[in-house]
Design a protein around this ligand. Structure first.
Ligand code: NAI
Length: 258
């Protein structure tokens, strides 16, 4: 077995949602380095252009698509554009998400709906669209959903986020069950805490630093590079017999002492 080709995405087309920053932007570059043609989608297209230029400069192929995962027409249009340029999307990194702390007593109907609409409905919408097109083309594929350790345990101020991410965990397993017969694998990554635009103000402050030292057995935040291996395992043929799995990448946060 050639280990490098096992983890390769050569010849594959991948769609990364929420690729304009953080985990999505990082793993889009990684997918390109692993040989994939990369379709990068987000609402802030101008930020995607810079990422696409970087990928092309390094010899990769990238297509920028405007994408709002809460909007079915936008999702379908992104897959259409991907197909025109590169062909059917083989791999999806379902990464787009929002997150903000809010006391459970104060969440409004609009805030709740917004969270579920992006973090759960969006993942479902993109996964279903990808699978419909793969099935129509008679091809297998891999869908990697970005959940969270807050989909497996709970945290104060995150009832809406926890509910959405727990939904992503269970949705991944349900879709894995139904799509296996079509050779489409569905897995999830559950990151612990990584400093990105979603949380940098908190983790730059004393409270965030103290929290990490006390709560995470490894006593530090994750580095984006530490998501590369788990992502490539699930996205590539290296994980060809894995489906319905949830990989926590969290410095031991889920096994913190009670
Ligand atoms: P980020 O804020 O840098 O990235 C989120 C991306 O999703 C942004 O590019 C944003 O524009 C995009 N997005 C939001 N709503 C969208 C929509 N309706 N349509 C298309 N794109 C949309 O934050 P980060 O940390 O990179 O988040 C990526 C994923 O990782 C999210 O699903 C998040 O919940 C998850 N995650 C992050 C953790 C962390 O510690 N950073 C921990 C656990 C999970």
């Amino acid at each position: 077995m050639d280990i490098r080709s096992t983890f390769s995405l050569s010849g594959k087309t991948i769609l990364v949602t929420g690729a304009s920053s953080g985990i999505g932007a990082h793993l889009a570059r990684v997918a390109s380095q692993a040989g994939a043609r990369v379709v990068i989608g987000a609402r802030r297209v101008e930020r995607l252009e810079q990422l696409a230029q970087d990928i092309r400069w390094l010899g990769g192929e990238a297509l920028v698509v405007a994408l709002d995962v809460t909007d079915r027409a936008s999702v379908e249009a992104a897959f259409d554009a991907a197909e025109v340029r590169f062909g059917v999307v083989d791999v999806v990194l379902n990464n787009a998400g929002i997150g903000n702390a809010m006391g459970a007593l104060n969440i409004s109907e609009e805030q709740w709906r917004s969270m579920l609409s992006t973090n759960l409905d969006g993942v479902w919408r993109v996964a279903q669209c990808a699978a419909q097109r793969l099935v129509n083309a008679g091809r297998g594929g891999s869908i990697v959903n970005v959940a969270s350790i807050l989909g497996l345990r709970v945290g104060t101020g995150y009832s809406h986020y926890c509910a959405a991410k727990a939904g992503v965990v269970h949705l991944s397993k349900s879709l894995a069950l139904e799509f296996a017969r079509h050779r489409i694998r569905v897995n999830a990554i559950a990151p612990g805490y990584f400093k990105t635009e979603m949380n940098d103000a908190y983790f730059d402050g004393d409270r965030g630093q103290t929290y990490i030292r006390n709560a995470v057995p490894m006593r530090r935040l994750g580095e984006l590079e530490e998501l590369e291996g788990p992502f490539l395992l699930l996205a590539s043929e290296a994980g060809s017999f894995m489906t319905g799995e949830v990989l926590a990448v969290d410095g031991g946060h889920l096994v913190s002492s009670l």
